[in-house]
Design a protein around this ligand. Structure first.
Ligand SMILES: Cc1cc2nc3c(=O)[nH]c(=O)nc-3n(C[C@H](O)[C@H](O)[C@H](O)COP(=O)(O)OP(=O)(O)OC[C@H]3O[C@@H](n4cnc5c(N)ncnc54)[C@H](O)[C@@H]3O)c2cc1C
Ligand code: SF4
Ligand code: SF4
Length: 644
């Protein structure tokens, strides 16, 4: 495989700009074989036998993408666009080896237009990047996903509901312009009134590659203020949400958290003093302090419990850390359905009963997204250490999606694992999408084996129509019996035993295995990592280092470039500070470097050059990194100067 990768790399190299980066080493390519999702190991093994790409390309110019698409077509290689790989349903996972187009390092604020209140960014720019860049100009994002560290191009291609969706609706309503490359390599500029525009929104990299996005933004709010209202039943929480909107309150964001979800958050809170009352809750954020106070007064008059401001702010901050409960599992899965708010209580109650049947507790959240709809997110932690219980309990995720559809909802996203539900998501529009796909990508070059059709392999039968329905029904019926033999109850990993050397947590649990298992591969640590910003090499990130470290522990081969990349680290703790799983990572890097040095030696000169390079870019934590801002257009209304 390595020889094939090298051959392909040298073929492609000559067609690209000198700045484009190609990764052909196995140590790099294997990091592109998965995304944030945690499918059961058994299913992954049988269904995704070709998930390691032949080659990875980080383009620097649209011409690089055009050339790569044309070359891949001639070579009959599939092409998979990838942002930060935080999607979780396998959208960025190859199913036929091929070429991965990695946009994660393509971070640039191309233009801030103060008059029009728009910002244009390249596809790999993170939500946090955009927010930081807008702040000095008194502007802010309208909506954003709670994956603050995912790419703008990634969200154009996936969900579209997140923080602020109650006030600003679906993300597509804020997209002013897209620059895309079709599978034929043709560059297109599309605005929202173009008939083709919508084919490129939420279609998960099936129709083309997004290069740049122009977003509408808003004046920064005075002060986003959250309040927390609590009720005794799920019905009363949703009735309260309805009443509050009827009263004329206009929150920026509103989400429901079940009592079980609050319990989970309490379990993760260190202080027993700060525990949040475990009741059905509504977290509501307003753009102005006064509106929040008015809503609070109304709630008090209506005899509704208003929780402390401390708890409200705590939960507001936690909105950006939804993967934290993985520490409790270590398995963690969810289902996502868009449903009418009216039906939500029925869904939540039935879903909790299904969870109990499978032996796990559901912890649910629901985002109010306008038009009387909610995005429901029931999640559960479980013992993923046993392969059978993992496979079995993972079917609950599909059972819940099916339940949402039965209640009139639609699945939120497709990827690989929800392909059987694609028609339920798009309804009549699905045939139109199929027709456009056939027209624009007749050879099925882009992102095959998902969304429209599963990989052509016998094992995909388990995710198809009738076999899937029968399988899920059997799983439901057998659940109460099966869980007696294979207990899915979360088996939380122990803390390090006192006196144990820093290389191990317990006699049986190695430090690297412990941290890799608890890592959710969420990618929060990628854009803040000075080593990554400088090298643009996924192997240098915490997410990459943990995966390679585990491979090393298992005795798998590591090439020289991979071994060297593991030394590229400033030990700056930026990864630890943002880690969704609250991992203490710097001691892990010390240990990993010790092991790599013992096996491969250490090139001190290269490390020295690396450190000098990082220092020269001034990207150490504390010197908040904002990607380059290419142009700021004069904003008469704001009196800013052109900073281009
Ligand atoms: C902690 C956490 C919180 C999350 N919160 C939310 C949330 O609030 N709302 C929500 O909707 N989702 C959420 N997600 C899911 C995920 O973060 C979003 O779907 C995100 O937009 C994916 O972006 P990405 O850059 O990671 O894309 P990837 O995972 O890399 O790719 C996703 C899909 O888009 C395609 N794609 C990526 N970039 C391009 C491109 N430039 N051109 C063409 N196709 C492309 C890929 O092929 C793939 O099919 C969350 C995930 C995590 C881990
Ligand atoms: S310690 Fe700093 S340089 Fe090292 S992996 Fe973490 S963020 Fe990157
Ligand atoms: S190390 Fe932490 S922040 Fe990085 S991917 Fe893993 S869980 Fe996420």
């Amino acid at each position: 495989m390595a020889a094939k990768g090298d051959r392909l790399a040298s073929e492609l190299r000559g067609r690209l700009s000198p700045e484009a980066r190609i990764y052909a080493d196995l140590s790099s390519r294997r990091l592109y074989a998965r995304d944030q999702g945690e499918p059961p190991r058994f299913v992954e093994r049988v269904l995704l036998k070709q998930n390691i790409p032949d080659l990875v390309l980080q383009p620097e110019l649209p011409d690089d993408v055009s050339a790569a698409l044309r070359w891949a077509r001639a070579r009959e290689l599939s092409v998979v666009p990838r942002g930060a790989a935080t999607f979780g349903l396998g959208g960025a996972v190859p199913t036929q080896h091929g070429l991965v187009l990695d946009f994660s390092a393509l971070r640039s604020i191309e233009e801030i237009n103060l008059d029009e209140q728009t910002v244009t960014v390249l596809a790999g720019t993170r939500w946090a990047d955009v927010a930081h860049a807008l702040k000095p100009y008194g502007l802010a994002l309208c909506t954003y996903p709670t994956s603050w560290f995912s790419t703008v191009g990634g969200w154009v291609n996936t969900g579209g509901y997140g923080v602020g969706s109650l006030a600003y609706g679906h993300f597509k309503d804020q997209i002013h312009r897209l620059i895309v490359l079709t599978p034929q390599g043709e560059l297109k500029e599309l605005t929202s009134d173009d008939p083709e525009f919508e084919y490129f929104i939420g279609t998960e990299g099936q129709m083309g590659v997004v290069w740049a996005v122009t977003l509408r933004v808003r004046r920064a709010p005075q002060k986003t203020t959250p309040i927390l209202l609590q009720c005794d039943s799920v019905e009363s929480a949703f009735a309260l949400a309805h009443e509050l909107l009827q009263e004329g309150f206009q929150p920026y964001h509103m989400k429901y958290l079940s009592a079980a979800r609050i319990h989970e958050i309490n379990e993760l809170l260190h202080s027993s003093e700060a525990q949040i009352p475990e009741r059905e809750s509504l977290l509501i954020a307003f753009d102005e302090w006064e509106s929040a106070r008015a809503c609070e007064r109304w709630a008090v008059q209506s005899e509704i419990t208003v929780s402390s401001l401390y708890h409200a702010y705590y939960l507001w901050h936690e909105r950006l850390f939804p993967m934290r409960p993985k520490r409790l599992g270590p398995g963690m899965l969810a289902s996502e359905t868009v449903l009418s708010a009216e039906k939500a209580p029925e869904f939540i109650k039935k879903a909790e009963r299904e969870g109990a049947r499978f032996g796990v507790h559901l912890a649910s959240e629901a985002y109010f997204v306008g038009d009387g709809q909610v995005l429901l997110l029931p999640a559960f932690t479980f013992n993923s250490r046993n392969v059978f219980s993992e496979f079995f309990v993972a079917s609950l995720s599909l059972v819940l999606t099916r339940l949402g559809i039965a209640l009139g909802g639609r699945p939120y996203a497709i990827g690989i694992w929800n392909t059987p539900f694609a028609r339920a998501k798009f309804g009549k529009k699905f045939d139109e999408l199929c027709a456009y796909k056939r027209k624009i990508d007749p050879d099925g070059l882009l992102n095959p084996g998902k969304f429209f059709a599963l990989p052509a392999h016998w094992s995909s039968l388990m995710l198809r129509g009738l076999p899937l329905s029968i399988g899920l029904e059997i799983a439901r019926l057998a659940a109460p019996l099966v869980r007696k033999f294979f207990d899915p109850t979360p088996k939380r990993y122990p803390a390090r035993e006192p006196g144990r050397p820093p290389t191990a947590i317990s006699p049986l649990l190695d430090l690297l295995e412990y941290n890799e298992t608890l890592c959710s591969r969420c990618g929060s640590c990628v854009p803040v990592c000075p080593a990554y910003i400088y090298t643009k090499d996924e192997r240098t990130t915490a997410r990459g280092k943990l995966q390679l470290g585990l491979a090393l522990l298992k005795g798998e081969k590591l090439d020289a470039a991979g071994a060297q990349a593991l030394f590229y680290c400033m030990h700056c703790r930026a990864c630890t500070d943002v880690c969704q799983s609250s991992l203490d990572l710097v001691p892990v890097w010390d240990e990993l470097e010790r092991r790599v040095e013992a096996r491969f030696g250490k090139d001190h000169q290269k490390i020295e050059e690396f450190v000098r390079g990082v220092e020269a870019m001034q990207i150490m934590p504390g010197t908040e990194y904002v990607p380059p801002i290419v142009k700021v257009l004069e904003g008469v209304a704001y009196g800013h100067r052109d900073a281009s």
